[in-house]
Write a protein of this length. Structure first.
Length: 116
């Protein structure tokens, strides 16, 4: 069964860093656009960042621009989200999503908690 598996979430102090990983299991990430989303308690899921299938285009939400960096390694079927200068408002469950021609996969999420 194809699935995405996120990892790297943790409890970190404000100003700290984390690196999230998203690995494809049962399929290859080639040709998929990958997005990172997050959902905080009581809020809707929001887009954080995305990267094109070849990694030559990236985009970020204004709230994370300059602090987060998305990257991918297609040889490892993995995508990463480097998060620096973390703030309490970054606290959320982070999900990765793979999209290609209407095929859509979601991971189970990884919890990021930033303490003040």
């Amino acid at each position: 069964q194809p699935q995405l598996v996120e990892s790297g979430g943790a409890l970190v102090q404000s100003g700290g860093s984390l690196r999230l990983s998203c690995a494809a299991v049962g399929f290859t990430l080639d040709y998929y656009v990958i997005g990172w989303f997050r959902q905080a308690p009581g809020k809707e899921r929001e887009g954080v960042s995305c990267i094109s299938d070849r990694g030559d285009y990236t985009d970020y939400a204004s709230s994370v621009t300059g602090r987060f960096t998305i990257s991918r390694d297609n040889a490892k079927d993995s995508v990463y989200l480097q998060m620096n200068s973390l703030k309490p408002e970054d606290t959320a469950v982070y999900y990765c999503n793979a999209l290609r021609y209407g095929i859509n996969y979601w991971g189970q999420g990884t919890q990021v908690t930033v303490s003040s």
